[in-house]
Structure formats: C-alpha cells, structure tokens
Ligand binder design. Structure first.
Ligand SMILES: NC(=O)c1ccc[n+]([C@@H]2O[C@H](COP(=O)([O-])OP(=O)(O)OC[C@H]3O[C@@H](n4cnc5c(N)ncnc54)[C@H](OP(=O)(O)O)[C@@H]3O)[C@@H](O)[C@H]2O)c1
Length: 331
C-alpha cells in the first residue's frame, strides 16, 4: 500500500508518498481499498498542527474516503468483502488502503460513483445537520451563506433550496457567484477578499438591500473572521446565525447585536453530533441519499488529482481557489 504521509508539521509540500505494509483490520474494523478521497479545508490545517485533532506522526490527512471493503475484522456483521462504502475517517484517507471502524462506514447506492461518494458525507452531512437540526430552516425563509462556493457552502445552497428557502450566496469573486447560481442560488453577493471596516459596512448594506426589510432568517457562516459581524448586523428578528467554520479566523462579536435582533448564535459541531446522536445521524444520511437519488443534491467536483498529487489539491483549497469540491483518486 501507499499513503501520503505527514512526517513533520508544515504545508502541502511536506507530504510524502510512502510505501508500507497493508494494515490488517482489528476487531470491529474493516479494511477499505480506497478508490477516492474527498479533500476538505481541515486537511490543510491538520498537517500544520492547526486543527483540533492532532494525530501522532507519521499520519496521512484525509477525513473521508470511498472504496471497496477488502478485509473484515472479527465481530463485524454489517459489512462484507466487496461492499462499496464511504467512510468518515477524520484522518488517514489519502492512501490506497486503510482500516476504519465498521460503524464509520456506510454502504453507498450501486449507481453512486466513488468520486461522488468520497465528496458526500462531510459537506452534506455538515450542512444538513446545520440547516435541519440546528437552524430548523423553514420553507420561505431567507438563508444567507458565507463562502457559498466552497465545499460545505455549496452543499448548503442545494439543501437550502431543497428546503424551500430563498438562498443568498455570498462569495469573493464573480466566478464563484456564477457557480453558485448554477447550484440554485437565488441571489449572489460578491464581497471583498480583505475585510476592512468599509468593506464590512458595504457587505452589511448589500445583505440588507437583497434580504429585504425582514433581514436574514438563517445565516450559514463557513468563513468567520471579519465577515461574521456584518452578517449578524443583517439578521431578522429571531434569526439564527450558524457558526460553521473559520478559514478567515475566529470572529469576536459584540453580543449587544444579538439583543437588538433577538437572534441566536448557534454552534454547529457535526463530527461530535454523530457520536452523540447516532440515530439522528443515520436519519440524516438516509435523507441525503434520498435527495441524491432525486437529483436534489450532487457533489460539484471541479478538480481531480491522483492520490500522490494531494499537495496540489490542498494548495488549491488553501489559496481559496476551489469551486465546490476537489477529489483524489487511486487507479
Ligand atoms: N462545524 C462543523 O461541523 C464543520 C464541518 C465541516 C467543515 N467545517 C468548517 O467549515 C469551513 C469550510 O470548510 P470547506 O471544506 O467547505 O472549505 P472550502 O471548500 O475551502 O471553503 C471555504 C471557503 O471559505 C472562504 N475563505 C475565506 N477566507 C479564506 C481563507 N483565508 N482561506 C481559505 N478560504 C477562505 C472561501 O470562499 P470565498 O473565497 O468565497 O470567501 C472558501 O471557498 C472550514 O473552516 C471547516 O473546518 C466545519
């Protein structure tokens, strides 16, 4: 087997394509012959020791994979060799073979390509949990998404439309805005790539103009930094501001804004929610496969690289250049 290993903290250039022995599945695990791995923003952080999870080195980044079960450990009754699965791994996914807990694997529909399956659960799982369980988004509400052309943002556009919301996609370029329209966004906003005080005021004014007198009922913030406050200033009475991610930094918010809008700032920790509410998670996975079968959601993969070129994929994400998703594949 081969894996893209991180042996020291650093950028994508520090990863090494390394050969090693194939792992044997332990009790409760299966081994997956990986066909594709989804690439996500946390993969750019974990190799620099900037993520909340810090695996012992050497380790491969890669939080989600799809492939075929090729060995089964003791005690596994739900999966068999030959099953096509996706798996949430946290890390370890940029490889040709890995062992995962059987409980972290989900069988995928026969007609779902491995690339789609590898780019499915992290983004749609997060955004469905955020919009359905945390915001309780309702049909007819206005949903504003920051970083809407990224992985979780693009998923939130499709899920927002599927829930009947009016979706405003906010992004940093016209190319990204056009991409969001193809996913179903009703309105788009192009914000500045650097947020100073004037840019914050302009963003807030633009949101208020487009959202209308009520303001934004649900805001999905996958960007953070200085982008968050102008959105909170544009919330509707009783609105819900979802805290999803911080590629632009962790914002500090004047709490008086929540009082003035009687609005909520709502944390979203999808990864932990899976373990705290496995039944709710499986219901969400089932919802998502149904929406996939109906064509309501479909991962938008704008770039694909061989697994050993993972550094190129990570650089695209860190440089803010990705539309939708990037995937890595093994032949
Ligand atoms: N809370 C949870 O449970 C959960 C689950 C999954 C992911 N996340 C988090 O959600 C965030 C987005 O993840 P993703 O995989 O969707 O990432 P992504 O595809 O890279 O999208 C992130 C977007 O953030 C914007 N951005 C603003 N400043 C940036 C910067 N300095 N560097 C990079 N991007 C920047 C970019 O859009 P513009 O250029 O248009 O601004 C980019 O498209 C990450 O922080 C991730 O850790 C949280």
């Amino acid at each position: 087997m081969h894996a893209m290993l991180s042996t020291a903290p650093g950028g994508p250039e520090t990863l090494e394509w390394t050969e090693g022995p194939s792992p044997a599945p332990k009790k409760g695990e299966v081994r997956i012959a990986v066909k594709a791995a989804g690439v996500n923003f946390p993969d750019t952080l974990i190799i620099r020791d900037l993520y909340q999870v810090k695996p012992p080195r050497p380790f491969a980044p890669g939080g989600e994979v799809a492939g075929v079960v090729d060995a089964v450990g003791d005690g596994v009754t739900t999966l068999a060799a030959g099953d096509r699965v996706l798996a949430m791994t946290g890390f370890g996914g940029f490889t040709t073979h890995l062992c995962a807990q059987a409980t972290a694997c989900v069988k995928i529909p026969d007609d779902m390509p491995f690339e789609d399956a590898a780019c499915f659960i992290f983004t749609y799982g997060t955004s469905h949990y955020a919009l359905k369980n945390r915001a309780e988004l309702k049909s007819g509400e206005t949903l504003l998404i920051l970083g809407a052309a990224g992985g979780v943002g693009a998923a939130a556009i499709e899920l927002g439309k599927a829930a009947g919301a009016r979706v405003i996609a906010a992004v940093s370029s016209q190319e990204k805005a056009d991409f969001c329209r193809t996913l179903g966004a009703d309105e788009t906003i192009v914000y500045a790539r650097e947020m100073d005080r004037d840019a914050q005021k302009a963003l807030s004014a633009e949101i208020k103009k487009i959202a209308g007198p009520d303001g934004v009922h649900v805001a999905y913030d996958a960007v953070g930094g200085d982008y968050a406050e102008p959105v909170i200033r544009s919330m509707a009475w009783g609105g819900r501001f979802l805290v999803v991610g911080f590629p632009a930094g962790i914002p500090a918010i004047p709490l008086n804004l929540t009082l003035l809008k009687s609005c909520q700032i709502v944390g979203v920790f999808w990864g932990a929610s899976i373990y705290r509410d496995p039944a709710g998670h499986m219901q969400n996975v089932s919802d998502l496969f149904e929406m996939y079968a109906q064509g309501k959601v479909k991962p938008r993969i704008s770039a694909s690289f061989p697994m050993q070129e993972a550094a190129k994929a990570l650089t695209l994400i860190a440089d803010r250049k990705v539309l939708g998703k990037v995937v890595l594949t093994n032949p």
